[in-house]
Design a protein around this ligand. Structure first.
Ligand code: PEP
Ligand code: MG
Length: 883
């Protein structure tokens, strides 16, 4: 096996396509070498060596030592120096480089190869003794920290002592002789702490550094970063060993970073910073303030120190030419690291630059306009989920933040407001003009009004598909869910987190994109849907096959969704319409009724409200399909549960408290998610569904009279499992429809269909399709029922599964394509066989997740439906899936 790939001197063993093997950095160093760009020669130890290292008890493949030695020989040949040679030493850097960039997460060692002899050689070669010993002390610090596990502080202390003794404050005031003394003391620190001297053998140093880089793949930072960015642990990192070039060899030397376009705004202009007479770490460490690369940049920043363009015009000219070539070659904005050593330019790294969503849009559209990439490629250049950044106000990235608790990033965007613990209070205060953040243990449908009134929501419990999370995303309210650090004391009207107590009325800010709760008011930036956004979305719309609908029931959500380009409503959850103050009374009356007659009397009171709701929805969605799901949750969700709450309700509403309590007991279920809910309500109390069907169709008839295009109602039955259930529901629906049409003397077209939310429904989809004209995959429940994992309780243990690598992602967020996906495939196939023109979509939360959308494309669904604020994301993801 080839474990080591060389680069430099105008050629390379690898190229940019070999990121999996060589890591991003290694692959691009190879590519730049082959392009003939000035790259300090070196070699890459492959990610496979790292994988081997970890799967073989942290040992190296046998052939590695010889291959590294050969790689080193080649480098020596190109630069004309020898590793460990006292007179003419080759020095190297040793850096990590995974497939995906993990900035700052892993370790680096610079100036490796220095020891008591070679430092003299470096002094002679450079003609600068001070530089040589400065480099040596940097190396000792870095190596001791990264490889030997010593603390930086041990060395800082020594340096501070020297500075005190010399009466100086900055490093640059130390002379060559001073640095020699510091180096001697540093070596003593190592010997004191470890009982062995600082390693003098450069080969021992090299292997120490390689091992340390491999080990850093498993450090806590790297693990955390991988988890955040979905990077598999199995990838491993490569190690790049590269001959050193020095940006700290005087006034004609420098080091810097550059972007070929502005990474925040996308503006097509070279952007970056550099430092004269410095090494890379100085830029990162922020000890000195770097200067702008260009004159224009300097003027914009109001800097006085000369830009690179002004300070070293010749090298700058060469640099501009090189970065231009790189952008053209890679056909994307590049993020570049470089060093100038005594007037000579060296390229240390190039990669596709990370960018904000705004910048990504502009760059993609600009590159397409410049003819560098095609429109289809431009569509692929923007991460769909990044669009979220553009649709919500966000926190000013430059603002200071004090985190008081963290939870899940349940619904993106940022909000500031006064703490409230109660939904009614949230509504009351917001009506008075206050911005409030609703903080709850968890939320239930009864809190909807409060959630709507609040600017943002925090819950102490619950996962990414908890009620709070789903509803907040639907409303476009930022939400942090499952913030376990938040301990609410309802009685006291406070919560405590990290030892601090916050009272109702105190101001907090939440960052729903990061899952953070912050102290006080943090400044915000408003969203701005630029021309680039519109342009790219138009391209995406032309490229996609899947239709995109929204899950919405309020007029506001429906309008928002249509504004974002939704092509109909894929899920209107009618129960959310029942909590309005005026109707909840009639709903409770229906629940308390002793018989069908009593229920019908109560339902007659709800009917006009329902009809009015649907008139509004059909009007907003004129000409587009609107899928309305009949009542789904168990009835006890509409009445309070504790005696205390029941007494309060009875007092306020005049209902009989004893009767309420008896009914609450009767309706109590051990496992309500699998209880008397969904179409089981319609089968037991057909009058409820009859009322809803009637309201839907009467509304459709009314809107039809005035609208240019007739509404297209799709009546959907939840939680169906059996063909005979569906038959019963279909007949109920059609019978009611005929009655409505007879009364009105007019008709509208409508469809009757079902959700697929149970494994049996998926398996027997052929039976259902006999009566159902469409399927909508309710993947929230389907995931819950396939795994047998309660969606409301999964938050408590899912993290343990993810930490142990059993689940790579939360199956309630990203569709489990193997298990749940198999059921969807089966249902699509069997349903399609029974009814070839059956319409199929998805309305679970997965309908807004790009990876899950790709799956929907693959299975050939007709549409995806998601919360309004996810509609643009789904449009782009659907286009990417189609290309
Ligand atoms: C589902 O189960 O996927 C669904 C959309 O319905 P709900 O979330 O309302 O149960
Ligand atoms: Mg459901």
């Amino acid at each position: 096996t080839k474990w080591v790939y060389g680069f430099g001197g105008g050629s390379a063993d690898g190229d940019a396509s070999m990121k999996n093997l060589l890591g991003g950095k290694g692959a691009n160093l190879a590519e730049m070498s082959s392009l003939g760009l000035p790259v300090p020669p070196g070699f890459t130890v492959t990610t496979e060596a790292c994988v081997h290292y970890y799967s073989n008890g942290q040992t190296y493949p046998e052939a590695l030592a010889d291959q590294v030695a050969a790689g080193l020989k080649t480098v020596e040949g190109i630069v004309g120096k020898t590793f460990g040679d006292a007179a003419n030493p080759l020095l190297v850097s040793v850096r990590s480089g995974a497939r995906a960039s993990m900035p700052g997460m892993m370790d680096t060692v610079l100036n490796l190869g220095l020891n008591d002899q070679t430092v003299e050689g470096l002094a002679t070669l450079s003609g600068d003794r001070r530089f040589a010993f400065d480099s040596y002390r940097r190396f000792i610090t870095m190596y001791s920290n990264v490889v030997l596990g010593l603390s930086h502080d041990d060395f800082e202390e020594v340096l501070d002592d020297h500075k005190d003794r010399l009466g100086v404050t900055v490093d640059t005031d130390l002379s060559a002789a001073d640095w020699e003394k510091v180096v001697a003391d540093y070596k003593q620190v190592v010997e004191r702490e470890l009982g062995t001297p600082f390693p003098q053998d450069p080969h021992e140093q090299l292997w120490g550094a390689i091992s340390a880089v491999f080990a850093s793949w498993m450090n806590d930072r790297a693990k955390f970063y991988r988890r955040m960015h979905d990077i598999p642990e199995s990838w491993g990192t490569a190690v790049n060993v590269q001959s050193m070039v020095f940006g700290n060899m005087g006034q004609t030397s420098a080091t810097g970073v550059a972007f070929t376009r502005n990474p925040s705004t996308g503006e097509a202009r070279l952007y970056g910073e550099f430092l004269i007479n410095a090494q890379g770490e100085d830029v990162v460490a922020g000890i000195r303030t770097p200067q702008s690369l260009t004159k224009a940049g300097r003027e914009e920043m109001g800097e006085t120190a000369p830009s690179m363009e002004e300070a070293m015009p010749e090298v700058f000219g060469q640099f501009v030419e090189v970065v231009g070539r790189l952008e053209t070659h890679y056909r994307d904005m590049q993020d570049i690291e470089f060093t100038v050593e005594q007037g000579r330019l060296w390229m240390l790294q190039t990669r596709n630059g990370k960018r904000t969503a705004k910048s990504a849009l502009k760059i993609a559209v600009d590159l397409a306009a410049e003819g560098v990439i095609s429109q289809d490629e431009a569509i692929g250049r923007v991460e769909p989920s990044a669009l979220d950044q553009l649709l919500h106000p966000t926190l000013d990235p430059n603002a200071a933040r004090t985190v008081v608790a963290t939870g899940l990033p349940a619904s993106p965007g940022a909000a500031t407001g006064k703490i409230v613990f109660d939904a009614d209070e949230a509504e009351r205060l917001s009506q008075l003009g206050d911005a409030v953040i609703l903080v709850r243990e968890e939320t239930s449908p009864e809190d909807i009004h409060g959630m709507h009134a609040a600017r943002g929501i925090v819950t102490a419990r619950g996962g990414m598909t908890s009620h709070a999370a789903v509803v907040a995303r639907g409303m476009g309210r930022p939400c942090v869910s499952g913030a376990g650090e938040v301990h609410i004391d309802d009685k006291a009207g406070t919560f405590t987190a990290r030892g601090r107590t916050f009272r109702a009325g105190e101001v907090i800010t939440i960052d729903g994109s990061k899952g953070e709760v912050l102290d006080g008011a943090v400044p915000m930036i408003e969203p701005e849907l630029t021309g680039d956004f519109q342009t790219l979305m138009a391209w995406a719309d032309a490229a996609r096959r899947l239709m995109v609908r929204a899950n919405a029931e309020t007029p506001l959500d429906a309008k928002t969704a249509r504004g974002f380009g939704a092509e109909g409503i894929g899920l209107c959850r009618t129960e959310h319409m029942f909590f309005d103050e005026a109707r909840i009374a009639a709903v409770r009356e229906m629940i308390l009724a002793d018989d069908e007659k009593g229920r019908r009397t109560a339902l007659a009171k709800i009917a006009p409200f329902q009809k009015a709701d649907f008139v509004e929805l059909f009007t907003i969605m004129a000409g587009l399909p609107v899928t309305i799901r009949l009542l789904d949750p168990p009835l006890h969700e509409f009445i309070p549960h504790t005696d205390e709450d029941i007494d309060a309700l009875a007092a306020a509403s005049g209902l009989d408290a004893d009767k309420l309590k008896r009914r609450a007991r009767e309706l109590h279920e051990t496992n309500p998610m699998l209880g008397h809910r969904g179409c089981r309500l319609g089968v037991a109390y057909p009058e409820i569904y009859e009322m809803q069907v009637r309201a839907i169709l009467e509304a459709a008839l009314e809107v039809k009279k005035t609208a240019a295009e007739a509404p297209i109602p799709e009546i959907m039955h939840p939680l169906v499992a059996l063909g005979l259930e569906m038959k019963y529901l279909r007949e109920l629906t059609d019978r009611t429809a005929e009655a409505v049409f007879a009364d009105a003397g007019d008709r509208v077209d409508y469809l009757v269909g079902t959700m697929i939310e149970l494994p049996r429904a998926a398996l027997r989809a052929g039976d259902l399709a006999e009566y159902a004209e469409f399927f909508s995959f309710g993947t929230n429940d389907l995931t819950q029922t396939t795994f047998g994992i309660s969606r409301d309780d999964s938050g408590r243990f899912l993290q343990a599964y993810m930490d142990k690598g059993i689940f790579e992602t939360d199956p309630f967020v990203r569709l489990d394509q193997e298990g749940v996906g198999d059921l969807i495939r089966i249902a699509a196939e069997r349903g399609g066989k029974a009814r070839p023109d059956i319409k199929m979509g998805i309305c679970g939360e997965h309908g807004g997740d790009p990876a899950s959308i790709a799956f929907c494309e693959e299975v050939g669904l007709n549409y995806v439906s998601c919360s309004p604020y996810r509609v643009p994301i789904a449009r782009l993801a659907a286009a990417q899936a189609a290309l």
